[in-house]
Design a binder for this molecule. Structure first.
Ligand SMILES: [Zn+2]
Length: 111
């Protein structure tokens, strides 16, 4: 059975874009005649309430940058650079670890 609003119309599915309810679906009066309101999705966990609005802000910033053709580094780009730096650092650590194992191997073999 379809959800009906107080004025006996089929309730319309909509999506909230507030900070605490980003992307959370709800049902409401299709003509906004009555105050019928019912959540479809359960509340977002506190972590999602922080992460989703942050992702939306980044997407908006990227889209704005794309429209203007600007070259301002966004949070997403900074994060990508950060990941590349971490990979380089990880490779150095792995090389040092392998070098250490080789040294230990030759030290043990020499006795
Ligand atoms: Zn209604």
């Amino acid at each position: 059975m379809a959800n009906m609003c107080y004025c006996r119309k089929r309730a319309a599915q909509q999506m909230a874009w507030t900070t605490t309810n980003a992307s959370r679906r709800f049902l409401a009066c299709p003509d906004r005649c009555c105050n019928y309101f019912r959540w479809i999705d359960s509340p977002l966990c506190p972590r999602a309430q922080v992460i989703i609005p942050g992702l939306i802000r980044r997407i908006n910033a990227l889209e704005a940058q794309q429209r203007t053709g600007g070259d301002i580094m966004t949070g997403a780009e900074e994060e990508e650079v950060d990941v590349v730096d971490k990979r380089k650092c990880c490779n150095k650590t792995m090389s040092l670890l392998i070098f250490t194992w080789i040294c230990i191997f030759f030290y043990v073999v020499s006795f």
